[in-house]
Design a protein around this ligand. Sequence first.
Ligand code: LMR
Length: 400
Amino acid sequence: MSVFNQVVLAPDDPILGLVEKFKQDPRENKINLTIGIYADANGKVPVLNVVKKAQDALFAEAKPHVYLPMHGLQMYNNSVQRLLFSEHNSVIAENRLATVQTLGGTGALKVGADFLSQLFAEKLPTVHVSDPTWDNHRAIFKGAGFKVEAYPYFDSETGGVRFDAMIEYFKALPVNSIIILHACCHNPTGADLTDAEWKTLAEVVKEKSLMPFLDMAYQGFAQGVQEDAKAIHIMTDAGVPVLIANSFSKSFSLYGERVGALSVVTKSAEEQVRVTSQLKKMVRANYSSPPEFGAAIVGHVLSNDTLRQEWFDELAEMRIRIHAMREKFTALLNEGQTKKDFSFIKQQQGMFSYSGLTQEQAQKLRDEHGVYILDTGRICIAALNEYNIIQSAQAIIKIL
Ligand code: LMR
């Protein structure tokens, strides 16, 4: 009898499992609105011009492929820090930010989860995620030994945030409770907090000594690169400790290169050195050190003023195209039927919209129309274009 006889089949991942199913679907007119990948007006995942330029420069250098240190490429980490905070911010000026390069945003969450689990080893606090959240949040923190619970977040009536309920929930939490927050472009709902709400939240975090962990996988997809980092600035201005997971998968269209970072805002330069040493230890125990190429591309672009500006412009193009698709999709859906008002799609931010469609409707969309959205009703607006938007809207209207 095989030792693996008792291994049970793992259920499909709610996002990546559907991507697999989509690939196997033989229908020619199928449409993939599942995973958070930006596709351009022609339905292609773009290679940014700044990425091409950086690649050319790196290939020309033809450096040997040595190991990176555990914390990754230092020039990349410096660039990340400048993207999260301006260099005038006291966090940077006082050398209080501990940053390590990670395997995408997921890697940052994992290293952060391990760090917190070690920090609180004597009495693990509970991790609180938004209801709903990116499915992998639960898996990552459960995997690091935490109990995971959900705080009130999405208001399905308004398509916005249940802010008062969320604040009441946080006020009742014990000290050191870890709260996972989406810095911008909430995944999966697209419903974000206002500046005033972030400020109120920061006060509660401070008063109750909570531990905020900000996940920022979509910087630049809501309002702009600096604007989208405002949650981080508000939290740090309040003087609370903050962990930040950021990713360049979407903003540089570098999905497969796994380029992310974990940053921890500390109280002093001396504390930063100790925290960094622990983050390096977590990296070593997970995967030793990160890969170089993607981080070298991002670092090359961000450390050059001209290229950085070009990147801002290319990112703005993506952001503007998504906004245009939101407008058009809303109009197509609202003009084509009277059962449901889809105006909330225009208000939501980032790549996704939480459509309110049920699991049965999502299934029907896939089975009968070849339009793939997640079972939760999440639609990737960033994958819509002039060629597939009408077919997608018509399919939704048919299954309502
Ligand atoms: C998503 O939510 O679709 C993306 O963040 C990709 C992923 O890994 O789930």
